[in-house]
Write a protein that binds this ligand. Structure first.
Ligand code: ADP
Ligand code: MG
Length: 392
């Protein structure tokens, strides 16, 4: 079980002998729509969820950064002045790369790691790992917000998102975009974060789920995926090749009206990869417009179309994800789609409150009937982004 705020403070006291200077927390995220659009300089629409990582943080009198997780109760420490050399030497490994990577990345963005005081950081999380809910960004964002305050850096949340991404790209070594950190830092209650991955412009879009009495059900297939698999690299390469053949710097500059030309220029596989990204960008824009004009009950068809595009054109779904989506749709979901990078992970469904239990049962039964491992299902609530919390 994860710690309450008070338990985490007590844990900090027993580890360090003093009170933390504060508690910060940051959420994981779910992407409502906009998949594989981020690295094509397109649009995404994630929201922050009610599963959070907390960080209890206190300044030290020396220049050591020590990070501890309730995950495995291990601690890792470095001199702040040695972080850069440790990173270059490949000595920052395992989970500690997330919080230590943030400290390093703050240095890259202008924090003077030779003068800031050392810190003790204990993290504790209710974001499940590897379910596609970005437990990683939750760590990065909570630690970034805490160090920004305790080191008096004055960085904006947008900049802290870039800090988290830099940590993940360079120190963890995962080639991810800026979506996860943006959702975790900029999310608001019952709202999504509309992000233009080219300009990095951000707008908070009210979802209105509470008023429409809708839940978002996560159906985690428990099939694990990895960014390291060839499928992800192949998709990125196809997008780049498609854009180049179309004379565009990125698929962001290819529109739905250009698809006839794309079909003539490109081989079938590359064309379908391109069509997914181009139509998905349009679906994100349409979802934002429909949310604003009609509300969440009207976005179901866009979610459904997004899933079919990933299944048939981008070819990143798996039978478990398709089954979860189809079963939810058959049992009253407004719309459903796989979410995340694909080849495993979770699907989401937009579901009337009264249908949640029925859909959860139906999905579990359908998985059992097909001989698939039992999925884990739970609802998530679009929630506030990273914040400082009271210590009790
Ligand atoms: P996701 O972000 O989708 O959950 P990632 O592979 O990006 O998956 O990040 C998961 C990694 O984040 C874990 O392998 C671990 O290194 C780290 N992590 C997540 N939660 C914690 C935690 N509570 N304590 C320490 N490390 C964690
Ligand atoms: Mg992650």
């Amino acid at each position: 079980m994860s710690d309450t705020a008070q338990q985490l403070s007590e844990r900090f006291i027993s580890l360090t002998g003093r009170e933390p200077d504060g508690l910060w927390s940051a959420p994981g995220r779910v992407n409502l729509i906009g998949e594989h659009t981020d690295y094509n300089e397109g649009f995404v629409l994630p929201f922050a969820i009610d599963r959070r990582t907390r960080a209890a943080v206190g300044l030290r009198t020396d220049r050591v950064i020590r990070v501890t997780s309730t995950f495995d109760d291990t601690s890792v420490e470095f001199q702040l002045t040695e972080l850069d050399a440790a990173h270059t030497a490949g000595h920052i490994v395992g989970w500690s790369a997330y919080p230590l990577g943030v400290a390093w990345a703050l240095g890259q963005h202008g924090a003077d790691l030779t003068t800031v005081p050392g810190v003790d950081i204990i993290i504790d999380s209710t974001v499940p790992v590897g379910a596609g809910l970005s437990s990683s960004a939750a760590i990065e964002s909570s630690v970034a917000l805490a160090l920004n305050a305790l080191w008096s850096l004055g960085f904006s949340r947008e900049k802290l998102a870039q800090v988290g991404q830099l940590a993940e790209n360079e120190v963890v070594g995962a080639p991810t975009g800026i979506m996860d950190q943006s959702a975790s830092l900029l999310g608001e209650s019952d709202s999504a974060v509309f992000l233009d991955c080219r300009s990095l412009d951000v707008a908070v879009v009210p979802l209105g789920l509470a008023q429409a009495e809708l839940s978002i059900l996560v159906m985690d297939t428990r099939v694990s995926h990895s960014h390291a698999t060839g499928g992800y690299a192949e998709r990125r390469a196809a997008c780049e090749a498609g854009a180049a053949a179309m004379g565009a710097t990125s698929l962001r500059d290819v529109n739905v009206s250009d698809l006839d030309r794309a079909r003539e220029l490109l081989d079938d596989v590359t064309f379908r990869r391109v069509r997914h990204v181009v139509t998905e960008n349009q679906r994100v824009l349409d979802t934002v417009r429909v949310l604003n004009e009609e509300g969440p009950l009207a976005i179901g068809a866009l979610l459904d179309a997004s899933h079919l595009s990933m299944r048939d054109d981008f070819e990143i779904s798996i039978p478990e994800l398709d089954l979860a989506v189809e079963t939810a749709q058959a049992h009253g979901a407004i719309g459903a789609r796989m979410t995340g990078g694909g080849f495993g992970g979770a699907a989401i469904a937009l579901v009337p409150y009264e249908s949640v239990a029925e859909i959860e049962n139906a999905v579990k039964e359908a998985f059992a009937a097909r001989g698939f491992a039992e999925p884990v299902t739970f609802t998530v609530t679009p929630s506030t982004g990273a914040e400082r919390n009271n210590t009790e």
